[in-house]
Write a protein that binds this ligand. Structure first.
Ligand SMILES: [Zn+2]
Length: 632
């Protein structure tokens, strides 16, 4: 089986290849125009659909633009499989997203969906929850990948005997095309199998082109092809005169068969391949490249589905899992954690020996991250991972305190919180991705703004709110909390955050204004220590969700004029539709922040502040202390 079938170009199979490429390209072009027309005007599209002439099938029409499936058949040894690989490679080179399903799937009795899952390197079904759920997750994943052409070499591997019954495969192909999972499907199979597939496709109303790979007749073309193939393999251009005819008789004009005879004749395969195929430069042979800012555990997990290295990663993952269990399910990205847990030392000492590894994943990092924050993630980053062809990866930036909006996208994205309270630390990114694609957020793409306007308009508003949050977030993280803001010290800022994000008080208050503002169930699984003393103002902000935290940011931004008056009015108009009015100036912020507490509680908070804060800090925060809670 030629992995590098460059010899195709001098054989007759090249014309078959060109014909296939042409069909695929014109079909994809038609799909693209239809989609453009569709988005332009739905009505126009409907009439256009009706007036499209029904293409008579199986007649080799002049324009193949309507074709959705190519059925390639040929006799054993005709070089079909090399042709299929080459087709995939050329499509990819032309910027078409083509995906080749494995010829020998690992799954017993595989379906085409199993093939897709394996080809994309997704966690297999048995590892990922219930059947109905996993199907919708897989579908969402396939669509994000935007597969244009699915290539199945040897369709028989995905069918049961007798191959005359093609209906399960045909139903799946129809499903791929109708749901947009794959715009085009290329199938190669034996002639009999193709007969059955053709019949099924006709019943489903799917337009296909059928192409048969012919044997080459003996003549100048055949001699030219043999000469060329030998020269490519050996560099020798002079052939013994009898050789082409002898090869022809041995292979009966079959191109693939001729090729294997030539290979046997000149040298073993492995020797002929070495020189002209430079090894792809990978990040440690066989391992996948870490995503930017990825955690060590996430990268290790992604390699667990990487066939080339799973015998190594499987063992190391197990070691790290043991360690994580001892460490109450936390990240095991830090060497100190692992050594403290007394496990995994072997794994990491090995990892440490590789400077790139320790450096890339910052395994020496000794910072401690708030444990609730270990569950925050940006859903769009995960979706982008899938779209660029890797498994979702967990990022380090998400666990830093105060990072509640991801700035890596055109539309700023509010971080979500994984609802699974004790996820396997290695499986977290996939878990988060599955939660996301099943949530309304996946469809709506917004979490802060709601209303009766069109989704597009609401998204524009969401974006504007997001940009304001980003402005305050970077001011708080880069200036205030680092102590370089003259108007607000980092201690003062933490005090404000603790007030605005105060945990709920039993029978007293729903918590700070920012915590209660969105009816947020983001952190349903975080149980507050409700036996706090009323004056305990320590660390309330650490248990707030990203959405609650960003609300606090906005309020502080308004109070310190980082958000201007008209912008605050805009926030009030979009956020206050179904909720309490959003404050638009400093005095409204302090009124809202204070009156949510009972007078006794507020008095206790004030006392604590006077005890814990310095005179300068209190002076800076004077505006909030001026208020008194008049709530009864
Ligand atoms: Zn992101």
């Amino acid at each position: 089986m030629g992995r590098f079938p460059r010899w195709i170009s001098s054989s007759d199979n090249e014309s078959v290849l060109q014909r296939c490429l042409k069909i695929v390209r014109s079909s994809l072009a038609l799909t693209a125009t239809r989609q453009a027309a569709n988005s332009h005007s739905v009505e126009q599209h409907a009439t256009a659909q009706q007036s499209l002439p029904h293409q008579p099938r199986n007649e080799a029409p002049k324009s193949n633009a309507d074709t959705q499936v190519i059925l390639l058949s040929g006799d054993a040894g005709c070089g079909m499989s090399a042709l299929t690989h080459q087709l995939c490679r050329r499509l990819c080179r032309q910027g078409i997203n083509a995906l080749e399903l494995p010829e020998i799937p690992v799954h017993p009795n595989p379906t085409l969906v199993d093939g897709l899952v394996e080809a994309l390197g997704l966690p297999p079904q048995m590892m990922a929850g219930q059947k109905a759920q996993i199907e919708s997750i897989y579908n969402a994943t396939f669509k994000l990948r935007d597969i244009q052409v699915t290539i199945v070499n040897d369709v028989q591997s995905y069918m049961r005997r007798p191959y005359s019954n093609a209906s399960p495969v045909v139903t799946q192909i129809a499903g791929f095309i109708h749901s947009g999972i794959s715009k085009f499907v290329f199938l190669s199979a034996t002639t009999r199998c193709c007969d059955a597939l053709a019949e099924g496709l006709q019943v489903e109303g799917i337009t296909y082109s059928r192409i048969h790979v012919q044997r080459m007749p003996f003549g100048a073309n055949y001699i030219g092809y043999v000469t060329d193939a030998v020269e490519r393999l050996t560099g020798i251009s002079e052939l013994p005169g009898y050789l082409p005819l002898e090869l022809y008789q041995l292979s009966d004009g079959l191109i693939g068969m001729t090729m294997s005879h030539i290979r046997c004749l000149v040298a073993p395969c492995s020797k002929t391949r070495r020189s002209d195929t430079p090894q792809n430069k990978t990040w440690f042979g066989g391992f996948c490249r870490p995503a930017d800012d990825e955690t060590f555990s996430s990268w290790l997990m992604r390699n667990a589905f990487n066939k080339g290295v799973w015998w190594i990663t499987g063992r190391e993952l197990d070691d790290c899992r043991q360690a994580a269990r001892l460490y109450r399910g936390r990240d095991v990205d830090r060497i100190s954690d692992l050594i403290a847990a007394g496990k995994g030392g072997k794994v990491l000492s090995k990892a440490l020996g590789i400077p790139t590894l320790a450096g890339t994943f910052e395994l020496q990092d000794t910072r401690v991250f708030p444990s609730d924050y270990l569950l925050a993630y940006c859903p769009q980053c995960l979706a982008d991972d899938v779209a660029c062809g890797r498994l979702p990866s967990w990022r380090k930036a998400w666990r830093q305190y105060g990072y509640c909006v991801c700035d890596k996208h055109e539309m700023p994205v509010t971080l979500s919180v994984l609802q699974h309270p004790n996820p396997d630390p290695f499986f977290r990114a996939w878990e988060a991705f599955t939660e996301y694609v099943q949530s309304p957020l996946f469809r709506l793409k917004r979490r802060l703004v709601s209303g009766t306007l069109s989704n597009e308009k609401l998204q524009m508003r969401e974006r504007k709110v997001g940009l304001l949050i980003l402005r305050v977030q970077s001011w708080i993280l880069n200036e205030v909390l680092t102590g370089s803001c003259p108007h607000l010290s980092s201690i003062g800022a933490r005090f404000l955050l603790n007030v605005l994000l105060h945990e709920p008080i039993h029978k007293g208050s729903p918590g700070g204004f920012a915590r209660a503002y969105f009816d947020s169930r983001d952190l349903a699984h975080v149980f507050y220590t409700s036996n706090r003393n009323s004056g305990d103002l320590h660390g309330h902000y650490l248990t707030a969700s990203p959405r609650q935290t960003l609300t606090a940011y906005l309020l502080i931004g308004i109070a310190y004029d980082v958000i201007k008056r008209p912008e605050a009015a805009f926030l009030q108009s979009v956020l206050g539709v179904t909720r309490a009015a959003f404050p638009t100036c400093r005095s409204e912020v302090s009124h809202a922040a204070v009156t949510i507490f009972t007078p006794e509680h507020w008095a206790a908070i004030t006392r604590t502040a006077k005890r814990d804060l310095s005179f300068e800090d209190i002076l800076q925060l004077d505006w909030i202390f001026k208020h008194e809670s008049k709530r009864k």
